[in-house]
Design a protein around this ligand. Structure first.
Ligand SMILES: [Cu+2]
Length: 132
């Protein structure tokens, strides 16, 4: 390998490593689970979810599962849990398809609980712990 090719390869590798190790996401979505189901991050961190399966999923916060002063979050950008559920039930709103990503930046420390609406009964729930 000549030196130029080696340097180009190194730069590409470094580019892929910024922030989240070798992965391009923090939480994967398998057939019926968030992986990992619980993560801990510092306030101000952007968390990236990626659907690593072929099944459609949502990331939808529980209204009463997040800190009181925190911004509600849901794939599809809905303002609250009712809106997220209604949109999903009516038209599949908020679905993250295979290989697609969703991200949210957590500013307020605390515990955030969220669910995949179509697989709630299968136990597809997750938690983000945000530390100061
Ligand atoms: Cu799901």
């Amino acid at each position: 390998m000549d030196r130029r090719a080696f340097l180009a390869g190194s730069a590409a590798l470094l580019g892929g490593c910024v922030g989240r190790g070798a992965e391009d996401h923090d939480v994967g979505m398998t057939l019926q689970a968030f992986d990992p189901a619980t993560i801990t991050v510092s306030a101000g961190t952007e968390v990236v979810w990626k659907n690593t399966s072929s099944r459609g999923h949502t990331v939808s916060a529980y209204d009463d599962g997040i800190p009181e002063t925190a911004e509600y979050f849901a794939s599809g950008g809905y303002d609250d849990e009712d809106a997220a559920r209604e949109a999903f039930n009516n038209s599949g709103g908020g679905v993250i398809n295979g290989s697609e990503t969703y991200s949210h930046t957590f500013e307020v420390p605390g515990v955030y609980e969220y669910v995949c609406i179509p697989h709630e009964r299968g136990g597809m729930v997750g938690t983000v712990n945000v530390e100061e």
